[in-house]
Design a protein around this ligand. Structure first.
Ligand code: FAD
Length: 466
């Protein structure tokens, strides 16, 4: 079977649903292929407030609001010898977020995409992307997950939101690069009957360091608590040799912190232990002729600051604006895709630096783990620190020799508990504050406009003020 569509989105996680919904609301014909049947399990439960404005743009906020997810008032950190709360409502009492059961959250967003006109096909795996002689992505081959049917779909433009599977990056472009830092392993399980997490604002995620890494505890609205461990890959391997069973390593780690040891006293582990390894990477090409990569398909960052869904929905928004400016408003494709790649990469890099610096504020007994989270000279050189990135540090005027100084200045500014709670990335609408959404924050002369339509606007098109 062969058919043609206008816009094809691969993957129905938060990145794919966001991009597809926003494009459908702009009047485009959008087809979304998702290999699973939703609801499907996913890790990544703790959200940042930055999802609120994007859910508003999608018209999905009320649906998420009404579902009854655990409201998240912020975070509680026990990091080395320091303990502190990060309150989302500190500056603005309307700011909050949620802890979500991802199967339900993702399902709501995908159903919402359908309600906005997206042609969603579940149980359909994209097997291959086909390129024309000029290297433009033009078609996919798909197969039903139960292998009863297959076919081809041609498209004008494709958004690859296939998550960690990374259809384009791993299969075609082969451009995924794992970081020198954050070579970590995460493993987690779900508990019933825990004591309430008493520390921090209501519904907070609790994050606490242990000598060889850190732990999270996230209260969910289904009366379970997600408790996870992040540790270095080498340490994990040594533990596997020493202890054998993943469940034994898991139990030992969560009992090594008073906070989680107290929580699970008398509680029951109600799931298997799941694990994810090698999870921090970036792709060389965030976009190319006829396609762009959104969410985890493009890059993934260590989950210390719960940034994954933020990056997924934010890149979904940038993707939708870029594609609509190309297909509807005549923006040159190359230019719009350069904007997309710079804007998403910049946002990712800011968080990458922030996470690395945050790790550096505590060294722990296992120096090696915390040392391994420090950006190497090579990593720093690979960062494309843009002017807007440097804006988070005041007092750096000379950008020519700024990279190393910028990094040190960012480090100094962000180090420590106060700095984190003062940081707009994590608090108060997170990175939205640095969004290239005005002429003064334009990238390569383009900026994001959401009203009256979603597009990229050229600075030159804006009439000069009288
Ligand atoms: C240990 C750990 C803890 C985390 N904790 C957090 C957290 O607390 N908060 C947070 O915000 N984030 C967290 N994350 C990150 C978060 O899980 C992801 O960043 C987020 O899910 C990315 O969304 P996405 O839409 O890009 O990808 P996904 O949600 O993975 O969606 C991709 C979709 O594409 C589909 N797909 C894949 N290949 C194909 C194909 N070939 N054809 C059709 N469909 C396909 C998949 O089935 C999937 O549904 C965590 C991650 C890890 C590993």
């Amino acid at each position: 079977m062969h058919e043609s569509v206008q816009i094809l989105v691969v993957g129905g996680g938060p990145a794919g649903s966001t991009a597809a919904t926003l494009l459908a609301r702009e009047g485009f014909a959008v087809t979304l292929l998702e290999r699973e049947h939703f609801p499907r399990y996913h890790i990544g439960e703790s959200l940042l407030p930055s999802c609120l404005p994007i859910l508003d743009l999608m018209g999905a906020r009320e649906k998420i609001e009404n579902h009854g997810f655990q409201r998240k008032g912020g975070a509680y950190f026990e990091w080395g010898t320091e303990k502190w709360d990060l309150r989302f409502d500190e500056l603005d009492d309307t700011t909050y977020s949620w802890q979500v059961v991802r199967s339900e959250f993702d399902h709501l967003l995908l159903e919402h995409a359908k309600s906005q006109g997206v042609d969603v096909r579940e149980g359909v795996t994209v097997k291959e992307v086909l390129f024309d002689d000029d290297g433009r992505a033009v078609q996919v081959r798909w197969e039903n997950t139960d292998r009863t049917d297959h076919g081809e779909i041609s498209f004008d433009f494709m958004v690859d939101a296939s998550g960690r599977a990374g259809l384009l990056a791993t299969k075609h472009l082969r451009s995924r690069r794992f970081h020198d830092v954050f070579k970590n392993v995460g493993f987690w399980g779900y508990w019933k009957g825990t004591k309430p997490i008493e520390q921090g604002p209501d519904g907070a995620i609790a994050v606490c360091s242990i000598p060889e890494g850190w732990l999270w505890a996230i209260p969910l609205h289904d009366d379970t608590v997600s408790i996870g461990v992040v540790t270095g890959k080498e340490h994990f391997r040594a533990e596997q040799e020493r202890q054998g069973q993943l469940a034994d390593i898991y139990m030992e780690k969560i009992k090594s912190s008073t906070l989680t040891a107290d929580l699970i006293e008398g509680a029951e582990l109600v799931s298997e232990i799941k694990a994810e390894t090698d999870y921090s990477y970036v792709t060389e090409n965030f976009a190319g002729p006829g396609y762009l990569l959104a969410g985890d398909a493009a890059c993934f960052l260590d989950p210390l600051l719960s940034t994954g869904v933020h990056l997924a929905t934010y890149s979904g928004l940038l993707a939708a604006a870029s594609v609509s400016s190309i297909l509807r408003d005549g923006t040159e494709e190359d230019r719009a895709l350069r904007f997309y790649a710079s804007a998403y990469e910049m946002s990712y890099e800011r968080l990458l630096v922030l996470v690395s610096v945050f790790y550096q504020t505590y060294r722990g007994r296992d120096e090696h783990f915390f040392e391994a989270q420090k950006l190497t000279a090579r990593e720093k050189n690979q960062l494309n620190l843009h002017e807007a990135f440097l804006n988070i540090v005041t007092g750096i005027e000379d950008l020519a020799d700024a990279k190393e100084r910028a990094f040190d200045a960012v480090a100094a500014r962000l180090a420590g508990p106060d700095a984190l709670s003062n940081n707009p990335l994590v608090n108060h609408n997170a990175s939205m504050e640095q969004m290239p959404d005005s002429p003064s924050r334009a990238l390569d002369g383009l900026y994001l406009e959401t009203e009256p339509k979603l597009t990229l606007r050229a600075v030159a098109d804006v009439p000069a003020e009288a």
